[in-house]
Design a protein around this ligand. Structure first.
Ligand SMILES: Nc1ncnc2c1ncn2[C@@H]1O[C@H](COP(=O)(O)OP(=O)(O)OP(=O)(O)O)[C@@H](O)[C@H]1O
Ligand SMILES: [Mg+2]
Length: 248
């Protein structure tokens, strides 16, 4: 399986590799649908109300809205961490609520997730955090090594490969979580405020990495509060307000 490499490299082998990546990802692109979805948490909080959304294969979509409006909940429904109270969540042709065990694991293998709270394993190094998922998925040591270095380079953390998360700044930890999400070049990437802790330069670099994955055919959904980023990117934007969605 191919590796996502940096935009700035220009040698021919990298371009060949990128073309392979393009084929690989676009052959397996993913569509996402929410049909009349509501989510009420057990304490009675209504996080989403009759939400409808269709994200086409290969689309890059931003989701924005005030704190507490339901953005993370929406993403959690897509990867099955939370279940809808009403309506259907369909990812890659599967009704997420109907998936259990192996079938849910198989879907999640196709989804790269950048968690808002990073979810790094504190006892593991940066390199181990990034490769952990690949190991669990049965990638060979050779393939894991082939992917690790370019991915760490891409997020500017090659020199920190042997550090533990508590030896990193917040922004560096965030970039580890981004590296972990993209290292397997997933056909669907869900990123929950992936630039929330980054300065403008690093934010822009991260968005460019996500755009590159998208240019290879991956469907990308990113939540953000960053109005400047939204204006700069010109991708479609969905606004969440009090659990209700509207196209901006
Ligand atoms: N596990 C939970 N149990 C109960 N209520 C929850 C739970 N998770 C989220 N909520 C509530 O659901 C609503 C939506 O939360 P959510 O995390 O989706 O918002 P958000 O738009 O991602 O906010 P932020 O921008 O601060 O990350 C909020 O009112 C929140 O308090
Ligand atoms: Mg959130």
């Amino acid at each position: 399986m191919p590796v996502l490499t940096t935009q700035v490299k220009t040698n021919k082998s990298v371009h060949r590799e990128d073309n392979k990546t393009q084929q690989q990802v676009s052959n397996t692109t993913v569509k996402v649908q929410l049909q009349s979805v509501s989510k009420t948490y057990t304490n009675g909080t209504h996080a989403l109300l009759d939400a409808n959304l269709e994200v086409k294969k290969g689309e890059f979509l931003f989701i924005t809205g005030p704190s507490g409006s339901g953005k993370s909940t929406l993403l959690k429904l897509l990867y099955g961490q939370e279940l809808a109270t009403q309506g259907e969540v369909i990812v890659d042709g599967c009704n997420v609520a109907g998936l259990r065990g192996d079938r849910l694991s198989l879907l999640r293998r196709r989804i790269g997730i950048v968690f808002q709270d990073y979810k790094l394993i504190t006892q593991r190094t940066v390199a181990e955090n990034v490769t952990f998922v690949l190991q669990a998925q049965g990638y060979t040591r050779k393939e894991i090594q082939r992917r690790l270095e370019p991915t760490l380079k891409l997020v500017g953390l090659l020199s920190k490969a042997d550090c533990f998360p508590d030896q990193l700044s917040g922004g560096e930890q965030q970039r580890v979580s981004i590296a972990r999400a993209i290292v397997g070049t997933p056909p669907l990437l869900l990123a929950d405020e992936p630039t929330g802790n980054l300065d403008p330069d690093n934010s822009w670099q991260v968005i460019q990495i996500l755009q590159k994955l998208n240019s290879f055919g991956a469907t990308v959904i990113v939540t953000t509060h960053d109005e400047q980023l939204l204006r700069r990117c010109n991708h479609p934007v969905v606004q969440v307000r009090n659990g209700q969605l509207s196209r901006k």
